[in-house]
Design a binder for this molecule. Structure first.
Ligand code: HMG
Ligand code: MG
Length: 319
């Protein structure tokens, strides 16, 4: 299929006020972790390894690879150590992994990881469902993880889920979300990723929450955004975050993703859709879109269903 980009449409149309947007965005690719944790079938380690290899070849440099969580809770990622051992170490490529507790940290360190992410909930209901802990208990569980990881020289990201709404508790209160995010940063996380786990946010909420973090003294440079696309708002929400100065965006190749402990969560913002928008805005990202689309078409064949990404659908027809 001829890529639509070559049909004479204005491919590159920078924003009216480019100063209000970052010149470069770091894409934090979560397809192998957020995507494959949610598959009903367990994807083999050989396919995961090849998926990550292709994503790196397409130019992605931050590849969240897997989780060192309880294999009873997430059997899809029980092969975390085996996968890490099989991944090529490439210059400039990071493979962060999710770690919930000290047992997970021990396993991650043994596997040689240099980058971890802890993951908290902004609501009691999801903390219980996702971590089997209350909100206070989750922070107590993370404290030794972050301390030991930092002492060992690891990079530590903090995720905060349910930042905009929760299926059990309804719309989120920005002040409580900001307080929970602050706790993660105070533990020693260098970056905080704000998660719309069930994809309900709209741009006004994103603006309000980012302003709330700013008022609380959190530099925008420490924030990332993580939008699921349940209601088709992920790209608009991302644009809003970019205009507020955020320059790290989470997304998943092909729009894979979801959370096994929040039934209403669907896929993440598709990396291809993000790259298309960044290209249009003239924002650097370092990714080869055609190679990425081919990767998602390849992965869709492995999973036995078409990609949810609009850009993959538009460009990937005959690959
Ligand atoms: P628990 O059952 O309370 O664990 O689960 P426990 O501490 O009582 O331990 C029970 C057993 O599990 C013990 O084994 C432990 O050793 C073992 P036993 O003594 O019975 O033989 N165990 C482990 N084994 C391997 N690795 C470990 C580990 N931990 C305990 N790390 C726990 C608590 C936190 C472990 C569990 O709830 C869990 O693994 N949860 C993970 C859930 C998850 O992965 N969710 C998806 C990721 S979050 C997400 O997707 C959102 C995000 O994308 C952002 C967004 O979208 O908002 C990040
Ligand atoms: Mg997620």
């Amino acid at each position: 299929m001829t890529p639509v980009r070559t049909l004479g449409l204005p491919q590159h149309s920078p924003a009216v006020d480019p100063g209000a947007l970052p010149a470069r965005v770091t894409i934090w690719e979560v397809g192998a972790r957020d995507g494959l944790q949610n598959e009903s079938t367990v994807v083999g380690v050989d396919v995961k390894q090849e998926f990550l290899r292709r994503l790196a070849a397409a130019g992605l440099t931050v590849l969240e690879a897997t989780s060192f969580v309880s294999p009873r809770w997430v059997p899809q990622l029980a092969d975390a150590a085996e996968l890490l051992a099989a991944l090529p170490r490439l210059p400039g490529v990071r493979y962060p992994v999710l770690v919930p507790n000290e047992r997970g940290l021990d396993r991650a360190v043994e596997a040689g990881v240099a980058d971890i992410a802890i993951f908290a909930s902004a609501t009691e209901s999801f903390a219980r469902r996702n971590l089997n802990r209350s909100m206070d208990e989750q922070f107590a569980m993370f404290e030794p993880v972050v301390r030991r990881a930092r002492e060992a020289g690891l990079r530590v990201r903090g995720y905060l889920s349910m930042c905009f709404g929760d299926p059990w508790e309804g719309p989120a209160d920005p002040a409580s979300v900001t307080a929970a995010g602050r706790r993660l940063l105070d533990l020693g996380c260098e970056q905080l990723s704000l998660g719309d786990t069930i994809g309900v946010a709209t741009p006004g909420q994103v603006e309000t929450l980012l302003r709330s973090f700013g008022t609380a003294g959190v530099p925008t440079a420490q924030l990332a955004v993580h939008f699921h696309d349940t209601y088709g708002q992920a790209l608009s929400n991302t644009y809003t975050a970019l205009r507020a100065g955020v320059s790290t965006v989470d997304s998943a190749a092909g729009g894979l993703g979801g959370c096994p402990f929040a039934g209403s969560a669907t896929g993440n913002l598709a990396t291809e859709d993000l790259v298309w928008m960044l290209d249009g805005l003239g924002i650097e990202h370092g990714v080869d879109l055609d190679a990425l689309v081919r990767t998602s078409v390849w992965m869709a064949e492995r999973l036995g269903r078409p990609s949810a990404s609009r850009v993959v659908t538009a460009l990937g027809g005959d690959s």
